[in-house]
Design a binder for this molecule. Structure first.
Ligand code: GTP
Ligand code: MG
Length: 204
């Protein structure tokens, strides 16, 4: 397919990623301006590259004309939280928004993948206005803690290095690191509740 055609296809996804990133960043700003704790710490967004769209379509046997309906992560948003409890808050914020329609949810936070991967995934429908009028697209939102993101980032680099065939002894290390991340997030949550308790005591 010609590069110009790809540009036309990917343009609405690019717009959606930009809009969604701005919207979530604004939520952070609104909280901070009011002196409130923000359940969102950072937001990242990306449009899948043409080569990884083609790779995935080939692997999943998706014809090129069905890419838009079948590949739900062409537009990807990643929301990073400080604490595990924040993830649920962000999920509820997204569920209650009128500009995003949740069509699928996967809870890998409480149901860790075999790899050790943890994150909360939501697929949404989102409307953008293009030169040719309105268009409804899919976007994948991944919500995870800083610690879960640390693990996923390292594991992703290793997948890249080993072309998805990570050797067993490294897999074992990643698996025990994933268990350590669970404990780390739990311990951080305890610190968080101490802070909240202290704030409450101060207010009284
Ligand atoms: P995909 O073909 O990847 O879309 O599989 P799926 O439709 O079952 O989606 P799933 O929710 O399992 O994963 C989608 C995305 O989550 C991936 O594109 C990655 O960004 C991330 N992900 C899933 N599993 C892993 C993992 O084991 N390690 C890392 N680092 N990321 C993962
Ligand atoms: Mg997917």
């Amino acid at each position: 397919m010609e590069i110009q055609l790809w540009r036309e296809i990917l343009n609405p996804y690019d717009l959606a990623v930009k809009e969604l990133t701005v919207k979530f960043e604004h939520l952070i700003q609104e909280h901070r301006q009011q002196g409130l704790y923000s359940p969102i710490e950072q937001v990242h967004g990306r449009v899948k590259t043409i080569s990884s769209i083609l790779d995935k379509a080939q692997k999943k046997n998706i014809p090129i004309n069905e890419i838009e309906e079948k590949l739900e992560d062409i537009a990807g948003i990643r929301i990073i939280c400080q604490f595990v409890e924040d993830i649920q808050k962000v999920v509820e914020i997204i569920r209650s928004r009128t500009d995003m329609k949740v069509i699928e949810e996967k809870d890998y936070v409480n149901n860790m993948k075999n790899s050790g991967y943890r994150s909360y995934h939501m697929i949404i429908e989102y409307n953008v206005e293009t030169m040719n009028g309105p268009k409804c697209i899919h976007a994948e939102i991944q919500i995870r803690t800083l610690a879960m993101n640390f693990w996923a980032t390292i594991e992703h680099s290793l997948q890249y290095k080993y072309k998805k065939n990570i050797p067993d002894h490294i897999r074992e290390k990643l698996s025990s690191a994933a268990d350590a991340i669970i404990v780390l997030d739990q311990e951080m949550s305890q610190v968080r509740s101490e802070i909240m308790d202290a704030q409450n005591a101060f207010q009284i």
